[in-house]
Design a protein around this ligand. Sequence first.
Ligand code: L34
Length: 295
Amino acid sequence: MGAKIISGTEVARAIRAELKQEVAELQAKHGVTPGLVTILVGDDPASQSYVAAKNKTAKELGVYSEQITLPVDTSEAELLQLVEKCNRNAKINGILVQLPLPKHINEAKVLYAIDPNKDVDGFHPVNVGKMVLGQQCFLPCTPHGILELLKRSGINTTGAEVVIVGRSNIVGKPIANLMLQKREAGNATITLCHTRTRDLAAHTRRADIIIAAAGTPNMLSAEMVKDGVVVIDVGVNRIGTSASGKAILAGDVDFTAVKEKASWITPVPGGVGPMTITMLMKNTVWAAARAAGIS
Ligand code: L34
C-alpha cells in the first residue's frame, strides 16, 4: 500500500486563491494594500531563491513588496538601521530578515529590532511568548504551514502520538508547542527528539505522526516507522547539482521507501516549502488589516 501524497503545492495554491481575494477586498473596501519587505544579507543561493519566491508570490497576490539585498560584509549597525527604517515606513506591514545571517551579525539582536506588529515571521520574542501562551499572534510560517497541511488533509491529531525530530527555533520548538495546544491540528502528545536523543528509532516507531525537521538528508528510513504513519518532511537539503546547474533537493525522509508504509506523506520539493511562503503571505495580509484597524 502506498501513501497518499499531501501536495503542499496544491494546498498552497488554494490558500493563495483565498488570499488574493482578501487582498482585492482590502483594496476595494478599505484602500489598503499590504506591504512586505524582505531583507537578505549576502548571496547564499538557497536564501536567494527563497527570497525571490517570496517576492514573486507577493506580487501575484497583489501584495506590495520590496526586495532588499545587502552585501555580505554589511555591519550589524547598518542592518539595524535598515530595520528601524522599515519599522517607521507606513507602506510596509511585514518585515522579513532572511536567515541565516552572516556570522558577524547577532541574529537575536536583529530579530528583537523588528516591530512585533510587523514581525510576519513570528520570530520576535513577544510573538514567540504569545504563541507559547496560546494568544493571538503571528505564527512562524513553516509550523503554521504544517498545521494547515494537516487540517486541510483531514488528519486527526487529537490524542495522536506526534514525534518531532529537530529542535530549531524556526521549526522544532514552535511546532511542538503548537501541536500540544488546544487548537485545530493540536491536542497531540508530543515527543521532541534531537541530536542527543538516545534511541531515535524507538521513538519514531511508535509515532502516529512524524515531523522530520532535522536538516539531515534521508535521515528517516522505512525501518524507523510503523505502518500507517503520517509523515511531514520539513527538510530541504541541497545534496548536489544537476547537469543543468539546478540544485538537487532531498528531504529528511527516505521518501521512496517510507511512502510504502505511510498513510500520508509530504514530498520534497512540493510539500512544506510552498506552504512556508504562503503562510508568510497570510501573515502579511493580516498585518495590513490589523494596522488599518480592520481585523
Ligand atoms: N526569516 N528565514 C526567515 N524566515 C523563513 O521562513 C525562513 N525559511 C527557512 C530558511 N530561512 C528563513 C524559509 O523561508 C526555510 N525556508 C524555505 C522557504 C521556501 C522553501 C524552502 C525553505 C521552498 O519553497 N522550497 C521548495 C523548493 C525550492 C527550491 O527548489 O529550492 C519546495 O518545494 O520545498
